[in-house]
Design a binder for this molecule. Structure first.
Ligand code: UT7
Length: 331
């Protein structure tokens, strides 16, 4: 199968910056703890703009950088696990704002792994010549799901969006996606349905793990379990795509990992035996923006002129599910 060609990238960052120091005003924490345990110094929070508006801004920038207009977009594939609506999906909301009426519009949710999954779906459509130009977007407003009394999780997350306009390419492309559904309880945020239906008897599917109404409302995470999973899963996914493609990891030009925690990234790199200079991170400034992390990194690198045609780029991530995935493609 053929590869992909990213012809333009874009990003949107909310203006409001929440520094580590700000968190010390309402939870028992310190800048020193957050920086040394996570690598994060600050993150952006969107107090006003909904997810789909951030997504549309990143999309417009990507289209402008690609030199395409809305009528060139055949499909919009969006990764999000923090949508503003159950329906319509975020892709339809973006389509309306950018004026791409008539394009296909679909959402994908593999949580923080989502951009890799969305790009993978786009690649299959492009390879089959179903669509010529696809807008792949990841947009997350995860801060709307966070319990700001939970000091272990609230310091990690930020908001933002990233987008890429993608066409069929001649270069190589290898991917590996997977999930371990039996680890659902380690990271989840449950949908809260209205309880005014007199026939509704409650939902005990997750009774053992969701034990109070208060807990049901927010993201729940076993940080240590996710940490351990992430290191092993990222290393294994990269090893798999390297083995499939026949590349040694150090033949790659650039590795962009999910920006969850600098210690997770460093441990995974050590396991993979990869040279740290090939790895790009921006979590110090943006925290963990879930599936937006990777396209935001791509857009930053693109803007800085650091992406060159022919570069071998590896994207690798993990997230709620628990999911994991990696791909190698020629830029
Ligand atoms: O996209 C995927 C999303 N999720 C993740 O990536 C999470 C992965 N996990 C992690 O990044 C880390 O496990 C955390 C950053 C969440 C926690 O770091 P840790 O080094 O695993 O700390 P810990 O859970 O072992 O906690 C150590 C101590 C505990 O206190 P005690 O029990 O030793 O007294 C925590 O209560 O640190 C305490 N702690 C804090 N202290 C100050 C937890 N959060 C904080 C905090 N400030 N914000």
């Amino acid at each position: 199968m053929s590869g992909i060609k990213i012809i333009g990238t874009g990003t949107y960052l909310p203006e409001f910056i929440a520094t580590n120091e700000m968190f010390t005003k309402f939870i028992d924490t310190t800048d020193e703890w957050i920086t040394t345990r996570t690598g994060i110094s600050e993150r952006r929070i969107s107090p006003d703009k909904p997810n789909f508006v951030m997504a549309a801004e990143a999309s417009k920038q990507a289209m402008q950088n690609a030199g395409v207009t809305a009528k060139d977009i055949d499909a919009i594939i969006v990764s999000t696990c923090s949508p503003d609506f159950f329906y319509p999906n975020t892709a339809c909301l973006i389509q309306n704002l950018i004026g791409a009426n008539g394009s296909a519009a679909m959402d994908i949710n593999t949580a923080c792994t989502g951009f890799i999954s969305a790009l993978d779906v786009a690649r299959v459509y492009l390879a089959a010549d179903v669509y010529k130009t696809i807008l792949v977007v990841a947009s997350e407003r995860l801060t709307s799901q966070i319990d700001y009394e939970d000091r272990a999780s609230c310091i990690l997350f930020g908001d933002g969006a990233g987008a890429a306009v993608v066409q069929k390419g001649d270069g190589l492309y290898y991917s590996h996606l997977g999930a371990q559904g039996d680890m659902l309880k380690d990271l989840y945020c449950k949908v809260l349905y209205d309880r005014n239906n007199p026939f509704f008897k409650g939902d005990d599917m997750l009774k053992d793990i969701i034990n109070t109404p208060q807990k049901e409302r927010y993201l729940q995470m076993d940080g240590k379990a996710v940490y351990k999973f992430a290191v092993d899963a990222m290393a294994a996914a990269v090893e798999k795509v390297c083995a499939d493609s026949g590349f040694d990891i150090n033949e790659l030009d650039l590795v962009i990992p999910h920006q969850a925690n600098i210690r997770i990234i460093q441990s995974a790199l050590k396991k993979m035996n990869v040279d740290q200079s090939k790895v790009y991170t921006n979590l110090e400034k943006h925290g963990n923006t879930s599936s937006s992390c990777i396209p935001m990194c791509l857009a930053e690198l693109d803007k800085a002129g650091r992406l060159k045609r022919g570069m071998k780029i590896c994207l690798v991530g993990f997230g709620a599910g628990l999911t994991y995935g990696a791909c190698i493609f020629e830029y």
